[in-house]
Ligand binder design. Sequence first.
Ligand code: PMP
Ligand code: GLN
Length: 388
Amino acid sequence: LNRRLAEFGTTIFAEMSALAVRTGAINLGQGFPDTDGPEEIREAAVRALRDGRGNQYPPGPGVPELRAAVAEHQLRRYGLSYDPDTEVLVTAGATEAIAAALLALVEPGDEVVALEPYYDSYAACVAMAGGTRVPVTLRPHGEAGQRSFRLDLDELRDAVTDRTRLLLLNTPHNPTGTVLTRAELAAIAELAVERDLLVVTDEVYEHLVFDAAEHIPLASFPGMRERTVTIGSAGKTFSFTGWKVGWVTAAPALVTAVRSAKQYLTYVASGPFQYAVAEALALPESYFTAYREDMEAKRDLLAAGLAEAGFGVYRPAGTYFVTTDIRPLGERDGFAFCRTLPERCGVAAIPNAVFYDHREQGAPFVRFTFCKRADVLREATDRLLKLR
Ligand code: PMP
Ligand code: GLN
């Protein structure tokens, strides 16, 4: 393994999912739903397979139906207008979109500012691109019942130097569940314009925002459309994580750049599934509302169960993850806690420290997912009561 990748090892998701299987624990670690997406969309995939649509290499930018559906979705939902031919690119999941964007846009030695904790592929992809990651730590705030992780805008401004090439954002944010506010996004946009930065914004949880929170795409702020690469995912929006269909929307020059990298990574992927996802994006608003409401109820269920079991709960405003503080349980080290939790009470979780450069900042935090059936969440929280 080369020096760029040596520090990364095996992803925590593989490690903790394997541990869950080995011990028979309920897996609230890796974020994948235990209920597949809509049946009619699975039927659409079957039809595409059967009718021979996408069984051979689809077009490099993605099938026209899906590019049109992505553009339509951004317009309908956010009033953002993208040309399906020049401003939309289909990728092998959001994971490839992140990789291709960083490989295409970062020069060796460039600094990439990212919110910490960050989704684990960010650090590895910045490293593969030869960039230097500069983490800006989201800080825990508040008391029981209203804890959240917040961005300190001064810290973000201070992190930008003359070597900064791009900001790598994620909202709604995995693993903290933070949803950046309009004011925060406006300040980030101003900074990007002032310092002439590109922004790659991972918005895969765009449909999972709860209570009064609102997801606002960064690309919709003044001066941002031409400098922002926005990333979405059918895995997260339609509960088909195995299909690996994602997309990028951006100005033509940026899409062309990302595509230049993408063509040598996978060239293309997921042929028949692209047609099905095109249909999914055109589902009526009731699908998106029901999905959000279902996850919101599950958030409430898991958050309440975790609080009862004695965790400090950071109730998420978005995503399908709850970050918890294990110190109220008399624990300090999330890694050790997650490695023994399956044996102790039959539940698997993810230590947030893996998402930090400043490991000590993440040490007492542990992430649980609630994208599972309600009975599974109830059984898991019953088991966690043993920790008290
Ligand atoms: N970004 C974030 C923040 C994620 O949590 C995930 C996880 N699934 C991804 C990207 C990857 O998405 P995909 O499965 O579409 O590759
Ligand atoms: N995005 C999901 C998570 O954060 C799954 C990640 C993965 O398996 N690579 O849990």
